[in-house]
Design a protein around this ligand. Structure first.
Ligand code: NCD
Ligand code: ZN
Ligand code: ZN
Length: 434
């Protein structure tokens, strides 16, 4: 079977480190099947799915339910387990049962999972550093935002801008600083989710220079949208962390170019149109779908000369493959049974439309946006999951967990070993003082 590909480009399939497929728990928003169909139609061949489902992915029992749901997946997948105070004693168990990585909800968000205490976060990092496992962090300060939101509500503010005002960039700066401190101390690998502001880039740049193993993602919405779009879109744009002022857009592009931000993820966070359009902003669920629109949006910017196609491949595929221990198996152009490929037409123009999305949640801030550059065919391990722009429905269930091919060598623990063993092994010199 040959494929007519004149004038088209073969890219390694995109690897999206951050999707919410809502399964189990919220089938009105998304299921594993609908979410992974959206991925397939977006040129995405591997996704990492988040633990804020119901039940949350913090027990082996809950993981088993999710793994069952994932059997319908069109694309390959990793599963982020939950790192919280009450899961610390189960991390090894969860890893043995198949999670590829962990997620810590340091900032409050959809699902209302309690933020881990700093003590639990430190302990989790101490346990995971020698295992090499990377932890995704939603890095926002919950206490600042809770108090700000309370103030806004007291003042009767129910408009979309009040949400932005309740989560100032200092929430992100403070939490990133804290997480980097704990990661550096323990040697743990961390991954900053949905990085949104220019103001915390200096912390990430410095930490990387010092050798902290931190990877960072941003999303198309932080690169391309800002508060100027808020008046038009209102609650649809309610998102954690919030879309910020226009002066944040370009520095995030610059940080991608510099390598301070490593990759593009989507934070695909579907909710129903009803849940996104309530008149009171505090009652609108946060987030929106994105896994299917990332590639056309980013290719459009490539067409405009904002970055090169190779830059895009690095951000969408190579760097995520490296971060999650998949590089070589994924993140490369391979043939035959290893081919995870998006065949793209850089010249094809169109308009993004909610009605065409495969996500159950038919609502998107990108509705009506003109784009140039589309994935036409998507192959996962050599099999078409999208062909000629159409989902290959028989490929449901073709997706596999990447756990078996993931290689995360141990990170070098830093301060913990010597510090702990000093106390535990050596009695204080001279013995007790009378
Ligand atoms: C996400 C969701 O809906 O699960 N929402 C969001 O606003 N980003 C949760 C999250 O990633 O914080
Ligand atoms: Zn988050
Ligand atoms: Zn998310």
């Amino acid at each position: 079977e040959t494929l007519q590909a004149d004038g088209l480009y073969l890219l390694p399939g995109a690897i999206d480190s951050h999707v919410h497929f809502r399964d189990p728990g919220y089938p009105n928003k998304e299921t594993w099947k609908s979410g992974s169909a959206a991925a397939a139609c977006g040129g995405v061949t591997t996704v990492f799915e988040m633990p804020n489902t119901n039940p949350a992915t913090g027990t082996v029992e809950a993981l088993r339910i999710k793994q069952k749901a994932a059997e319908s997946s069109y694309v390959d997948y990793g599963i982020h387990g939950l790192l919280g105070d009450d899961t610390i004693d189960r991390l090894e168990e969860l890893l043995d049962a198949g999670v590829t990585s962990f997620k810590a909800f340091v900032g409050n968000t959809f699902g209302n999972l309690p933020a881990p205490t700093d003590g639990a976060l430190l302990e989790g990092f101490e346990k995971l550093a020698p295992l090499g496992i990377r932890t995704v962090v939603h890095a926002e300060n919950s206490s600042i935002m809770a108090r700000r939101q309370q103030r806004m509500e007291e003042a009767g503010r129910i408009d979309a801008m009040a949400h932005l005002a309740s989560r100032p960039a200092v929430c992100e700066i403070e939490a990133i600083g804290r997480v980097l401190t704990l990661a550096e101390w323990t040697g743990a690998r961390v991954h900053i989710a949905h990085h949104s502001s220019r103001d915390s880039l200096f912390l990430l740049r410095d930490a990387k220079r010092r050798g902290v193993d931190v990877t960072v993602e941003t999303c198309p919405q932080y690169l391309l949208l800002n508060v100027g779009d808020m008046t038009r879109l209102g609650g649809i744009l309610r998102l954690n962390p919030p879309i910020r002022e226009p002066h944040h857009n370009q520095p995030l592009w610059d940080a991608l170019m510099e390598g301070v931000i490593d990759m593009i993820a989507t934070d695909h966070a579907p909710h129903t149109p009803e849940e996104k359009s309530r008149p009171n902003i505090w009652q609108c669920d946060c987030g929106f779908p994105g896994v299917e629109t990332q590639m056309p949006l980013m290719l459009t910017e490539i067409s405009r000369g904002r970055a090169s196609l190779m830059d895009y491949v690095r951000w969408s595929s190579v760097n995520p493959a490296k971060a999650w221990g998949l590089y070589g198996t994924k993140g490369v152009i391979a043939a035959g049974a290893h081919a995870d490929i998006a065949v793209v037409d850089l010249e094809r123009e169109g308009v993004l439309s909610e009605g065409k999305l495969h996500s159950i949640s038919k609502i998107s801030p990108w509705n009506g946006r003109a784009v140039k550059g589309y994935p036409l065919h998507t192959l996962v391990r050599g099999r078409f999951v999208m062909r000629d722009g159409r989902l290959v429905e028989e490929a449901a269930g073709w997706g596999r967990s990447i756990k078996d091919v993931q290689r995360m060598p141990a990170a070098k623990p830093r301060n913990v070993e010597t510090y702990t063993s000093n106390i535990l092994d050596k009695p204080a010199g001279g013995g007790p003082v009378a």
